[in-house]
Design a protein around this ligand. Sequence first.
Ligand SMILES: Nc1ncnc2c1ncn2[C@@H]1O[C@H](COP(=O)(O)OP(=O)(O)O)[C@@H](O)[C@H]1O
Ligand SMILES: [Mg+2]
Length: 225
Amino acid sequence: MDNSFVLEFDDVDIYQEQNLVLSKVDFKLAPAETCYIIGKSGSGKTSFLKTIYGSIPLVSGKATVAGFELNGLDPKQIPFLRRKLGMVFQDFILFEDWSVGKNLMYILEATGWKDRGQMTARVLQVLEMVGLNGYEKKPVTSLSGGEQQRVVIARSLLNNPPIIIADEPTGNLDPDTSDEILYLLNRLSREFGTSIIIATHDYRLIQKFPARVYKCEGGRITEIG
Ligand SMILES: Nc1ncnc2c1ncn2[C@@H]1O[C@H](COP(=O)(O)OP(=O)(O)O)[C@@H](O)[C@H]1O
Ligand SMILES: [Mg+2]
């Protein structure tokens, strides 16, 4: 496959249980490119993202994600694949009883970091990247919804991923806060060359922050103009 893409799907069928959710998926994402995945509830957006991060195994077609071939991927490789993916999901929430900093340190520990000095420095760095300087000691519960989503984005950045996958990242946020999150994602893409995939049903955001749009419909995913 072509190395100029960070993510490439070629003729992939995606199943949930025995049901074919999306067939013949062809999809490419270049470095620093942002794209949207839209479509009605149940149309397969999350299934597509799950295939990207190895939660749904690839059974047909070919796919490469951040240098990992998904065909016949050894399950032991999945944690390493996921370190290349910043994941921003509604169901991958923060530990509310912990401080912001502890939530981030926990991920560094879980992904093999050992040097406490480097870990602390990285936590402060990602908080700065999302505009939350000085938030490390704050309890998660003291933050607004938009601030919590920034922490989720900071967490996704810890291992400097080439790709961010965001599943309905503004689903619980008001329009102004949603805009802030999209500004932030756009800035990360520009400054750090991160590629970003956003599943959303918020057409307002797509008009305000234009990027390529793919639609899931009738078991297919197609680029729309
Ligand atoms: N864990 C699951 N087990 C079985 N079927 C599922 C599961 N998750 C989703 N589905 C089905 O797969 C289809 C696509 O769902 P999903 O990818 O979640 O769509 P979307 O994210 O666009 O709402 C739906 O028909 C849904 O019912
Ligand atoms: Mg979904």
